[in-house]
Design a protein around this ligand. Structure first.
Ligand code: ZN
Length: 207
C-alpha cells in the first residue's frame, strides 16, 4: 500500500497514494473448529483540514501557544481572549485576531481541575496514567484542556506549557504541561520549554 499524502497546490488539495485498504482477515471458529464468521480489518486514512486553526498547530511545533481575541469595535465582547484558539467570535461571529499568549501562560497558568485516567480508548498515544488538566489563564474567558508530562496535578498548581518540538505531530498532543520549576531534563524526549520564536501575524501579549 502506498502511503497516503496530501498537498495543496493553487488552493486545491492534491492527494496521492491509497486512502483505504483491505487487510486480510482471519476466520472466527468455535471450540469444535466450526466456522462462525470472519474478521474484517480495514485501514482508512482520514484527512483533517485545520482551516483557520492551522496557525495554532504550526505554532506549537515552534514552541509557542496562540490564543485569539475579538477585535471588532462593534462587538460587546471586544477584547475577550479565547484559548482554545477559535477563529470566530462566539458573540459577533467576526474573524478574531490571533495573539501569542505564551508569556501569559508561562507567568500565570494554573490547574483549575484535573482527572487521572488509568484506562483510555482506542488509538490513545499518551503514556498512562494520563494526567488530564483543565488550565485557567489570567485574562482568558475560557479553560483549556491538556495533559501533564512532569509533576503531579492538584487544584491551583502553577503549570507551564511544554512543546513537542522534535518530530512534532501537528496535533494537540504537541502541547503538554509541566509543574512550575520542572527541570529540562525531567521532560519527556522531544519536549522542551517555550521558545523565543516570533509567530508572524500574532502579537505577543505580556503578562
Ligand atoms: Zn466579537
Amino acid at each position: 500500500m502506498s502511503k497516503a499524502t496530501v498537498k495543496v497546490e493553487r488552493d486545491q488539495y492534491k492527494v496521492d497514494g491509497e486512502f483505504s485498504a483491505i487487510i486480510p482477515g482471519t476466520p472466527i471458529r468455535d471450540e469444535e473448529g466450526r466456522l462462525c464468521g470472519v474478521t474484517k480489518p480495514r485501514q482508512i486514512v482520514h484527512m483533517h483540514s485545520y482551516g483557520g486553526e492551522a496557525l495554532f498547530f504550526d505554532a506549537l511545533s515552534k514552541g509557542r501557544l496562540l490564543a485569539t481575541r475579538c477585535a471588532n469595535p462593534a462587538c460587546t465582547a471586544k477584547g475577550t481572549v479565547y484559548l482554545p484558539f477559535r477563529t470566530c467570535c462566539p458573540d459577533c461571529l467576526a474573524n478574531m485576531e490571533p495573539i501569542d499568549y505564551t508569556e501569559v501562560a508561562k507567568a500565570g497558568a494554573k490547574v483549575y481541575t484535573f482527572i487521572v485516567t488509568e484506562r483510555s480508548g482506542a488509538f490513545n498515544t499518551l503514556v498512562k496514567p494520563i494526567r488530564f488538566i483543565d488550565i485557567e489563564f489570567p485574562g482568558a474567558a475560557t479553560l483549556l484542556k491538556g495533559y501533564m508530562v512532569a509533576g503531579e496535578p492538584r487544584i491551583g498548581l502553577r503549570v507551564v506549557p511544554v512543546f513537542r518540538r522534535e518530530h512534532p505531530t501537528f496535533t494537540i498532543t504537541d502541547l503538554a504541561w509541566a509543574a512550575e520549576g520542572t527541570k529540562p531534563q525531567d521532560l519527556p524526549p522531544g519536549f522542551s520549554f517555550a521558545s523565543n520564536e516570533r509567530i508572524p501575524g500574532a502579537a505577543v501579549v505580556q503578562p
